[in-house]
Design a protein around this ligand. Structure first.
Ligand SMILES: Cc1cc2nc3c(=O)[nH]c(=O)nc-3n(C[C@H](O)[C@H](O)[C@H](O)COP(=O)(O)OP(=O)(O)OC[C@H]3O[C@@H](n4cnc5c(N)ncnc54)[C@H](O)[C@@H]3O)c2cc1C
Length: 374
């Protein structure tokens, strides 16, 4: 064994880096192992929208965890910015959901009723003229809309870097390498991780490998059904005054002005395995959707097209907690389309389990053992 750590975290995405930060802050000696570079996968290219109000399984089983995580972000982003000088650029957002016909109006009305019950997220019903008075460049075909304030957005790449930098400042080591397996004693206690040609000895391992987590089934002997769901985003340079609101349309399309001064438009959901290459087809379909909402975007210049892979589990819920039958092994993964939002909650819950043996975060529905009987 060439190196030792109390805890090895496999994966330098937002989940691994935030877990590293929480543990290092508690004085635990941590090594984060990353096969490419910190924030080089989905955590570095996500849209960075922090919306705990709706989305996959919200309302539903993810509701409480999403709200807890959202609240954690409000102080965490500032804390890691202070510790590192790297700014996650958290911003308040004004978001407008638009409807083009009666069916979409009914959908947005449903969201409106839901939002009005939430504290801290003022919502306003808009007719088409109201929407156009807030943004004259919006399509004349927009029939109705809803404006919501109080959600946030971040620059997910800077955030992930700030979390890893803050972890390092607290004594964590970040090292490059691909983990190929675990060392375990005959009674199931983890004793190290195996990289190419070397090993790191440790008592505990956190698996935060994002969409690659499915590879650990062979290491752990239990089903860990997590795989990739590709998504693409275009970053646009738009002439004229900046857009002041983010726009959302039925089916997941968005047009969102970002802290970098560009307008990000997305996204796709593609079941194509681990292929993470941008495609002309996605570019065309994203532009079609975005210019349907804001026709003036047809004049915009595409400055970058990105593609990356969301980690999605078989039941669409994250997987958080100790692996049954393996002493010292924890999973923190599968946060899907909401991984930036949920990152702090997955990370703090994992750190709690490691240092205290329990957590007050509501993670019971997300146990790693739940697929074993399937
Ligand atoms: C287009 C798009 C837009 C998105 N927008 C949003 C959004 O607006 N809001 C939101 O909340 N979420 C959003 N998401 C989801 C979010 O990006 C992900 O859920 C989140 O980044 C996952 O973080 P992670 O740390 O679990 O995984 P990742 O970021 O994938 O990190 C896992 C890391 O593990 C490393 N790794 C894997 N295997 C090994 C190994 N064997 N050894 C060493 N290292 C290894 C990988 O290299 C990778 O860096 C979006 C995703 C996409 C694709």
């Amino acid at each position: 064994m060439t190196e030792t750590a109390e805890v090895v975290i496999i994966g330098g995405g937002i989940v691994g880096c935030a877990t590293g930060y929480f543990l290092a802050r508690r004085g635990v000696q941590v090594t984060i192992v990353e096969k490419e570079a910190v924030g080089s996968c989905a955590s570095g290219f996500a849209a960075g929208l922090l919306n705990p109000l709706y989305g996959d399984n919200i309302p539903g089983p993810l509701e409480s965890l999403a709200r807890e995580s959202f609240n954690m972000h409000l102080s965490l982003a500032e804390e890691v910015a202070d510790e590192t000088g790297l700014d996650p650029r958290m911003e308040d957002t004004s978001s407008i959901w638009v409807a083009f016909n009666e069916a979409e109006t009914a959908e947005v009305e449903g969201l409106f009723r839901l939002t009005r019950r939430m504290e801290g997220f003022p919502a306003q019903w808009l007719d088409g003229e109201d929407v156009r008075s807030l943004e004259p460049r919006i399509s004349p075909r927009v029939m109705n809309g809803m404006r919501v304030e109080g959600t946030r957005q971040v620059s997910s790449y800077e955030y992930t870097l700030a979390l890893s930098g803050a972890a390092e400042k607290r004594g964590a080591a970040i090292r490059h390498g691909t983990v190929r397996g675990l060392r375990q004693s005959s009674d199931g206690q983890v004793t190290g991780v195996v990289l190419e040609g070397e090993e790191v000895a440790c008592d505990k391992v956190v698996i935060a490998m994002g969409p690659w987590t499915g590879q650990v089934e062979g290491w752990l002997g239990i089903p860990v059904p997590v795989g990739p769901l590709k998504g693409q985003i275009l970053r646009l340079e738009v002439a004229g005054p900046p857009l002041e609101h983010s726009f959302y349309h039925s089916g997941g399309g968005y047009v969102s002005p970002k802290p970098d001064g560009l307008v990000w438009v997305g996204t796709t959901e593609e079941q194509v395995g681990f292929d993470d290459q941008p495609t002309p087809e996605a570019r065309a379909s994203i532009l079609k959707e975005a210019t349907g909402v804001v026709p003036a975007l047809s004049e915009a210049k595409v400055t970058l097209q990105t593609a990356c892979l969301r980690p999605v589990s078989e039941d669409g819920l994250p997987i958080i907690g100790a692996v049954p039958g393996r002493e010292g092994v924890y999973l923190a993964t599968g946060a899907g389309r909401k991984g930036i939002l949920l990152g702090p909650a997955l990370a703090r819950a994992t750190a709690d389990l490691i240092t205290d043996g329990h957590t007050d975060l509501p993670i019971v529905p997300f146990s790693p053992g739940r697929f074993a009987g399937a």
